[in-house]
Design a binder for this molecule. Sequence first.
Ligand SMILES: Cc1cc2nc3c(=O)[nH]c(=O)nc-3n(C[C@H](O)[C@H](O)[C@H](O)COP(=O)(O)OP(=O)(O)OC[C@H]3O[C@@H](n4cnc5c(N)ncnc54)[C@H](O)[C@@H]3O)c2cc1C
Ligand SMILES: *[C@@H]1O[C@H](CO)[C@@H](O)[C@H](O)[C@H]1NC(C)=O
Ligand SMILES: *[C@@H]1O[C@H](CO)[C@@H](O)[C@H](O)[C@H]1NC(C)=O
Ligand SMILES: *[C@@H]1O[C@H](CO)[C@@H](O)[C@H](O)[C@H]1NC(C)=O
Ligand SMILES: *[C@@H]1O[C@H](CO)[C@@H](O)[C@H](O)[C@H]1NC(C)=O
Ligand SMILES: *[C@@H]1O[C@H](CO)[C@@H](O)[C@H](O)[C@H]1NC(C)=O
Ligand SMILES: *[C@@H]1O[C@H](CO)[C@@H](O)[C@H](O)[C@H]1NC(C)=O
Ligand SMILES: *[C@@H]1O[C@H](CO)[C@@H](O)[C@H](O)[C@H]1NC(C)=O
Length: 494
Amino acid sequence: MLPFLALAGLAATTLASICQASPLDKAEALSDCLSKSGVPTDALGSEDWKLDASPYNLRLNFTPVGIAVPTTVKHIQDAVACAAKLGVKANAKCGGHSYASFGLGGEDGHLTIEMDRMNKVILNNATGIASVEGGSRLGHVAYELYNQGKRAFSHGTCPGVGVGGHALHGGFGMSSHTKGLALDWMVGATVVLANSTVVNCSATENPDLFWAVRGAGSSMGVVSEFRFNTFVVPEKVTYFVAAVQWPTEERALVGVQAVQEYAETMPVELNMRLFIQSRFVNLEGMWYGDKASLTAALAPLVKKTNATVQLSQEGGWLDQLKHFGNGVNLDQGHPYNYHETFYSSSVYTKALNETQLKAFVSYWFKVAKKNKRDWYVQIDLHGGNTSAVTKPAVDSTSYAHRDYLLMYLFNDRVDKGVAFPADGFGVTQNFIRNITDGMGRSNWGQYINYPDPNLDQATAQTNYWGGHLSKLQKIKASVDPEDVFHYPQGVVPV
Ligand SMILES: Cc1cc2nc3c(=O)[nH]c(=O)nc-3n(C[C@H](O)[C@H](O)[C@H](O)COP(=O)(O)OP(=O)(O)OC[C@H]3O[C@@H](n4cnc5c(N)ncnc54)[C@H](O)[C@@H]3O)c2cc1C
Ligand SMILES: *[C@@H]1O[C@H](CO)[C@@H](O)[C@H](O)[C@H]1NC(C)=O
Ligand SMILES: *[C@@H]1O[C@H](CO)[C@@H](O)[C@H](O)[C@H]1NC(C)=O
Ligand SMILES: *[C@@H]1O[C@H](CO)[C@@H](O)[C@H](O)[C@H]1NC(C)=O
Ligand SMILES: *[C@@H]1O[C@H](CO)[C@@H](O)[C@H](O)[C@H]1NC(C)=O
Ligand SMILES: *[C@@H]1O[C@H](CO)[C@@H](O)[C@H](O)[C@H]1NC(C)=O
Ligand SMILES: *[C@@H]1O[C@H](CO)[C@@H](O)[C@H](O)[C@H]1NC(C)=O
Ligand SMILES: *[C@@H]1O[C@H](CO)[C@@H](O)[C@H](O)[C@H]1NC(C)=O
């Protein structure tokens, strides 16, 4: 028996070293490392693998080399250590709602660190500070904060969006003109760095890292937990939809001009966007107050744009969350299985001058309107002299775009799962070209949370982070010199 055992032991050792040396099987080496470290993973081909590997945007469906599913900070550390050791790029995935599927790395062959099993939300009712785990979805966070203390912070509208991607890069929603961006409410974060150490950051602890994670967090580390300040929710808000009918280019020009002029000084209580599709145009938003005061505040704009108020509904905090969440259940967790197939991009600008407005409206009426695909342009009234977004200094976080009045999202979609047409990029790209044509490079930007996957990395970094890029690249070099958390449009270490 003895010699046989000895022989078997030798064979196993030889086999293990052959496996480790083989470049053929990174997946196997990774899986081996994760398993030895006790990191939970999705088995290839399992139901969980299928769910976790499928991005919100089915157009950009990348295949990870492995999926780690941490439930503790130690699991995240060990997963990052395995990736770094094996030269595999690693990315956290929270809600999977990146338009470019950056939660999967934005290309094949990354380690996905699927965070969505870590979604505890604990409100300290005495301090108003909430601890939110880095895999929570926005609807779940809002639901918990409301139930635990009738509190909230401002953020976007879709319940399935992850707080991870959202709050690390901006986070603009139907409270933001009144209350600021999601990242403005962040007071601290616990981050697993590329060398797998855990650090906290806040205004007083690792302040450079704290600056960087509020605008470019995905490039800096994996956030296992956020700490957000919160506000007491208002008793009553009013959400509304007002349809506008602009049959001609001339009328649309006057209308859009009126909206942007109004945005410059509109009441801080108002949150609003202009939503344009080929067949209809709406003004939609939320007012911190009752219906009568909303009607009075909107009256000058209604007059100038000929808008018809179709819905003006008073309600409590949960009512507005459900309204803007399109009726989807708020409390989203795992499993989550909503998808679309689309291409999108974004722009920020100041108020458009007459030439720029004409170019925008002309492209819209002469070309885009004739395209019957389901495209839309959503123009959020982001800045202006009363907006809470413009209150913090431009350099106070790495979010680079506080000064811009307008934030445009362009989206062009086909039925879920249908192949996206080769000519499906034109409407969005021509809208953007017509708006920005001749504009000085420092007069517009783009939003990493509405990324354009067709940009090269250098252009993407400039457009997303503008004047903050070189500082971000230096911080990146100090926390992730080997670019472990690489993705095609992330901050590169310099
Ligand atoms: C239907 C829909 C509605 C939206 N509505 C809004 C809106 O109203 N307002 C708005 O501002 N945006 C909105 N967005 C955009 C959204 O904010 C971004 O797509 C956001 O990045 C999604 O975050 P996620 O965690 O769901 O995505 P993921 O794809 O999981 O992650 C996005 C990026 O963040 C990184 N990341 C995620 N979690 C962590 C973490 N814990 N630590 C470190 N890095 C992490 C990922 O690596 C990736 O780079 C919407 C998107 C969709 C699809
Ligand atoms: C938290 O505080 C709010 C208001 O201050 C109160 O209504 C609520 O009952 C408290 N919740 C808990 C769980 O203590
Ligand atoms: C980070 O802060 C949290 C909350 O204050 C604390 O529980 C944790 O121990 C801190 N971690 C580190 C690494 O300092
Ligand atoms: C509003 O309606 C009036 C009267 O029909 C019209 O003269 C004006 O051009 C319209 N304005 C817009 C922006 O549609
Ligand atoms: C603007 O749109 C027009 C069509 O209306 C198109 O011909 C033109 O090339 C676009 N301009 C730019 C700068 O892309
Ligand atoms: C905004 O601009 C208006 C008009 O110029 C001015 O009356 C108002 O005081 C300004 N508000 C703030 C907060 O700067
Ligand atoms: C508007 O801005 C463009 C640059 O986008 C510039 O070329 C043009 O002269 C400006 N027009 C007016 C009327 O100010
Ligand atoms: C990990 O990286 C951080 C940031 O660069 C550094 O401060 C820390 O000393 C490193 N820790 C180890 C154990 O190398």
